[in-house]
Each structure stands twice: as structure tokens, then as C-alpha cells.
Design a protein around this ligand. Sequence first.
Ligand code: ATP
Ligand code: MG
Length: 122
Amino acid sequence: MFNDTQFKIIFEYLKKRYGNHIGEGRHRITFESKYCVIKLPHNSAGYLANLYEAKLYKTDIYIRHRLAKCKIVYFGDFAILVMQKLNTSWHWTEMPSWSKHYDCQQVGTTRQGEWKAYDYGY
Ligand SMILES: Nc1ncnc2c1ncn2[C@@H]1O[C@H](COP(=O)(O)OP(=O)(O)OP(=O)(O)O)[C@@H](O)[C@H]1O
Ligand SMILES: [Mg+2]
């Protein structure tokens, strides 16, 4: 479950380890390492989005090829998400047509140039 005290402790830990966060959405704050991003939920909806994203990636074998790889990592009993880092600096006109199925076309490319969605945990 989301817990504000744990959030603050983990936020400080991630900031020390990875520096300032590179992104922030309505539900999650994103830190970057070399090949991955770490998504820290800042509310309960973000906590559930992380769990759902990891579950979808693991179980939905039909759409997995369109999803950035991810998995849950626990800090004590607080779940955060580690996800494959994507290049997200594309104009929407350059994105594949299937990206319209994802909220705000939140897709990007891997280092191999494959298109993947990175915000799919509703
Ligand atoms: N896999 C990724 N690779 C690179 N940057 C990412 C990745 N995932 C997220 N980000 C960055 O972090 C930001 C916040 O992440 P994300 O969109 O998943 O959070 P959210 O709170 O669910 O967002 P929203 O407000 O769209 O619901 C993104 O807008 C993007 O800039
Ligand atoms: Mg988003």
C-alpha cells in the first residue's frame, strides 16, 4: 500500500543515488540510471499503476512486444517499478499508429530503435 512516510524516505534515497528526477506525472516520479528508469509513486493511484504495469508486462503475451520491459522491486514492503529506459523525444507525427491506443501517445524507442509504450498502467 502507498505510504507517505515511506515515499519521503525512498525519494531521498533515490535522489542521493540517481540525482534529480527526469520526469514527473500525475502519479509517479521518474529517476534515471544508465539503462533503466525507476518510477516512484507519489500517490495510491501511482502505486497501483506500478503494480498493474508489472503485471501486464509479465502476463499479456499478446501485447508485451509493445511494452517497455519492467519489474517490481521492493523497498521493505513498498513497491517501486524499474523499467527499460526509452528515448521519449519524438514528435507525435513520427510515432507508430498503434501509439494512439495509449494515453497521450506515451511511447518511445529502445536503444535498438523499437517502439514501446512506457505509461500503460491504468
Ligand atoms: N521508460 C521510460 N523511459 C524514459 N522516460 C520515462 C519512462 N517512463 C517514464 N518516463 C518519464 O517520466 C514521466 C512520468 O512517468 P509516467 O508517465 O509513467 O508517470 P504517470 O504519473 O503515470 O504519468 P501521467 O501523468 O501521464 O499519468 C514521463 O512523462 C516521462 O517523461
Ligand atoms: Mg505519463
